[in-house]
Design a protein around this ligand. Sequence first.
Ligand code: PHE
Length: 503
Amino acid sequence: MTEPAPLHPIEKAILTTLTASGENKIGLEELASKSSHSIDQVRRGIEWLKAKELIRTEEKELTRFSLGEEGQTVAKLGLPERKLVNLIRNSGGTIDLSTAAKSLGAEFAIALGRSKKNDWVIVKDDRISLTSKAEEKEPEEIILERLAAVPSIAQEDLTGNEIESLNDLRKRRESFVRIGQSKSVAVGLTVQGKSLATSVNPNEIDAITPKLLQSGEWKSKSLRALDVTSPAPKLYGGRRHPMRMFMDEVRETFVSLGFEEIFGPISQSALWNFDALFIPQEHSAREMQDTFYVSGLRANLSDFKDHIKAIKSVHETGGNTGSAGWQYRWREEEAARVVLRTHTTAVTISYLAKNKPEEARVFSVGRVFRNEKANYKHNPEFFQIEGVMVGEKVNLRNLIYVLSKFYAKLGFNEIKFWPTYFPYTEPSIQTMVFIKETQRWMELGGMGIFRPEVTLPLGVKNPVLAWGLSLDRLVMLRYGASDIRQLFGANLDWLRNLQVTKV
Ligand code: PHE
């Protein structure tokens, strides 16, 4: 036989109490009072013992009696016949019939009838007098008192006579006594329970106290064993949001590849978000249904006069880039509109315009906004991982190499690079990852080499390798989220139980 699990003091108390009551099953209330524990403690203990098959419980449907509202009043004031007896006693043991009748009103007839039947009074010459029997209680009074003292009584705790008296009370007025049903639990020992109960040591102690140590008493006591395998409530400490954790991982990865982080504002002029990227002013991406404009705001572009001149000319005619441009009239008012950045490329571009680097390796991570309907893979706001490498000799192979390295460091090895189109890069590439669950390719981001139409007006002479990647989709893949909205929601269960180590 395997060693039985250590018993909790409540369990011991229950077993001992049950043993003391012999073969009988006993009810929950009785068990609680006899074992000196609360009903709740006993209920818990019963569940534990049941799981160990040491006790058995039986549910019984019980009929219970209790006093109705009128029953409570009558218990306090007395039944009519008792009222009559009290009246007579107060007037010295005898009273005029007519005085009594006036005093008791409508109850008089019944009061007199019952008192006579009980031999409590005798009537003679229009006077009522008490007999010595008037001090004896009638059965209906007795049961009324009993019921008044407790919330309710179960039928099985009443004698046949008592039940009869209850019925008599109900015959007087049904609403005196309420009848209800309730469930009760009776508890008894199983065979294993019986044999274990005899070996229960009620003197085991739960904890060593300073007192026990000082007195040396602990030496003669045995300590209760603890079951360290029993389930305990889970505790959740505070933790960073998976998006934040992943962002930091992205940062570390780029830093480990020799990059430096740059930052930029969330709202931008269209100049940096669109125009400097050689995106024509009628381009569909600029329209309201794709882009959030900040209404009533115009950017102050007075610091960028030279840039504006060069950008205008490259849009209109290609300027000195060798390109023909887009052949339309470029307007500065359009470039001064303020947008919630639709991509972090705006951060890169203003960095390039400001620093005109000959060589650089920079990245940024930030939130971007697009006026799109939310679905499982699109959200109107999401995060991008952006960056550039500038250098005299950088080329497409370097770009693919660095980004493959980046993805591999984050644990994504099955990445493909496909040709695509962006107005500001040539060639343009997109990265895709294959999702086994849906058997589909999912786009992770875009990249390419900035066109001369982008870099020359900014004063950057060397080639610029650029990329803008989705952060959210990587987080989804990493943490197995099937819906991008999950990342922005408050599903605590998911957040708490997320495994954060790399898989
Ligand atoms: N800005 C593009 C996007 O938001 C990504 C990109 C960045 C493409 C840089 C090429 C170069 O999807």
